[in-house]
Design a protein. Structure first.
Length: 114
């Protein structure tokens, strides 16, 4: 009688880069802010209105994080009046096709909000 040795499988592992992307973009509001900026530059108040239900302090924190990651650029335009706008960098723009695909997927596969 021949005994068959058990098959050895490598343990599953999530793609490390994908995990990092979701860790970063999955942080509350980050993806929504990036998605809002894909339509062009916006000021702080415009972003706050477009995102909705985000506090000034959280929006400021997320914009700072996205800026530090090289995805969002802050531009100050001398006045008067002085104005500040936020826009996607080349790195942020590189996310736009993926965001469009995610949006299309969500429309097709996720239930509508309650």
């Amino acid at each position: 009688m021949t005994t068959k040795s058990p098959e050895i499988h490598e343990p599953r592992a999530c793609d490390a880069a994908l995990a990092r992307a979701f860790e970063f973009l999955g942080k509350r509001w980050s993806g929504v802010i990036l998605g809002t900026l894909r339509d062009g530059p916006a000021g702080f108040s415009e972003l706050r209105r477009a995102v909705g239900n985000i506090s000034d302090s959280v929006l400021s924190e997320r914009l700072s994080e996205l800026g530090s990651a090289g995805l969002v650029q802050r531009s100050v335009v001398a006045g008067p009046p002085l104005s500040v706008t936020y826009s996607l960098t080349d790195g942020g723009q590189a996310l736009v096709p993926a965001m469009r695909e995610l949006s299309a997927w969500a429309k097709k596969n996720l239930p509508p909000p309650a």
